[in-house]
Every structure is written in structure tokens, then in C-alpha cells.
Design a protein around this ligand. Structure first.
Ligand code: IMP
Length: 203
């Protein structure tokens, strides 16, 4: 359940062998404005997955993701897209992070992209999955692939930012890809048990 075409492509590719049609929110005719007022990725993902309401024969999947910088106490975290103001460009958002980390080196610049996915099943249960991609905040920006904070996210094992590695490689190692593959296992388990009724999302 997302309006973002890039995410939809990734979801369709990973879910392709599940044998289920995958529709975006728009394709499903859902236009609800959802308030992401949770304080964790998991809370927000659950809020979004539950927003459409339980429906027969339909599994709603939602995600919430962001960049957590250790030296900034985990910020911008769930506020990644709103950091420095909803309308501020990524040059401004990234600039603020680089300034915050001035004087810090190597491991002191540790950060991760995080993603939580939540699925609402026809029996009303909600299950979540999680994925992260570890790295460091670079000393500047590099690369034109990706989006958002990718140009400042340095992957030590590649010696490049996540905006420099090929998109297929990023999908393979990304927080979203990992959360999505874990969610696929949860969905396959649900389908084979015909629903367990078990939830792992309390709110
Ligand atoms: P969401 O769409 O509510 O999950 O917000 C995610 C926000 O986190 C995006 O707007 C970006 O600012 C940031 N973000 C999440 N994943 C990535 C990524 O893979 N690359 C760069 N920025 C990301």
C-alpha cells in the first residue's frame, strides 16, 4: 500500500512468485490521508497498514522508513522526510546532518537506514517485519542514484555512497528489500495456515 512508483516496482519484483495481484493504494482506489503520528517506524507502519480497514481477500502492506544517525541520538529517524521542515530540500537536510557531525570521524559517524513493514490481514491480525542497512555519514555528498539521503550515506564495504552503487545492488542490500523479503515469508506463512490470528503490533 503505497503511492510511490519506485517502491511499487520493488514490491512487485520481490512478491512476483507469491501468485497474488499487487496493487498500489491508488490502484485500489484508496485515497485516505493518513496521519503518521507514531514515534517509531513500527508504530507508523502499523498506523498506515490499518488505515484502510480489514477487507476480505486483501492483505494491506505499508512501510515506514528513515535515516537514524547515532551521533544525533537516532535523528532524524521517523522524522526523516520532515527534518528541517517538510519543504526543505535534501541539500538543506543533508547539510544540517553534516554540520552536526563536524569533528567526528569514522565509526563516530555511524548511521543506518531502517524500514519497518506492517501487513493487515483479512482476519484482522497485523504482523510486522524489519530491515536495516548499516553505514556512515560521508563527509560530503556523492552520486546521483537513489533519492533522499542516499548521497551522504557511505557504505564502507563498497567505498561509495548508496547514491553511487547501482540501483539493483541497493535493492539487494537495502533496509526496504530486507524488510520486504521478511514480510514475504510472513505472508506465505499466513497463506499456508489460512491465518493464525496472531498479531505482533499492539497499537
Ligand atoms: P517514508 O516514505 O515515510 O517511509 O519516509 C522515508 C523517508 O526516509 C524518505 O523521505 C527519505 O527522507 C528517507 N529514506 C528512507 N529510505 C531511504 C533510502 O533508501 N534512501 C534515502 N533516503 C531514504
Amino acid at each position: 500500500m503505497t503511492g510511490n512508483e519506485g517502491k511499487m516496482r520493488e514490491i512487485r519484483a520481490i512478491m512476483a512468485d507469491c501468485g497474488l495481484p499487487v496493487l498500489s493504494m491508488r490502484e485500489a482506489g484508496i485515497t485516505a490521508e493518513i496521519e503518521e503520528n507514531g514515534t517509531t517506524f513500527r508504530e507508523n507502519a502499523c498506523i498506515k497498514a490499518k488505515a484502510a480497514g480489514v477487507m476480505a481477500d486483501t492483505i494491506f502492506i505499508a512501510d515506514d522508513s528513515g535515516l537514524s544517525v547515532d551521533a544525533m541520538g537516532g535523528a532524524p529517524g521517523v522524522y526523516s522526510s520532515r527534518f528541517m521542515g517538510e519543504d526543505a530540500g535534501y541539500d538543506v537536510k543533508i547539510g544540517a546532518i553534516l554540520k552536526n557531525l563536524e569533528g567526528l570521524n569514522g565509526p563516530e559517524r555511524s548511521a543506518r537506514f531502517e524500514c519497518c513493514m506492517a501487513a493487515l490481514f483479512p482476519d484482522g491480525s497485523v504482523r510486522t517485519s524489519y530491515g536495516s542497512m548499516e553505514g556512515q555519514i560521508a563527509y560530503g555528498t556523492a552520486g546521483r542514484n537513489g533519492f533522499g539521503y542516499d548521497p551522504c550515506f557511505f557504505l564502507p564495504e563498497y567505498g561509495m555512497t548508496s547514491a553511487e552503487i547501482p540501483p539493483e545492488e541497493k535493492n539487494r542490500i537495502s533496509h526496504r528489500g530486507k524488510a520486504l523479503r521478511a514480510m514475504k515469508d510472513i505472508i506465505l506463512e499466513y497463506l499456508s495456515n489460512n491465518g493464525s490470528g496472531r498479531s505482533d503490533c499492539e497499537k
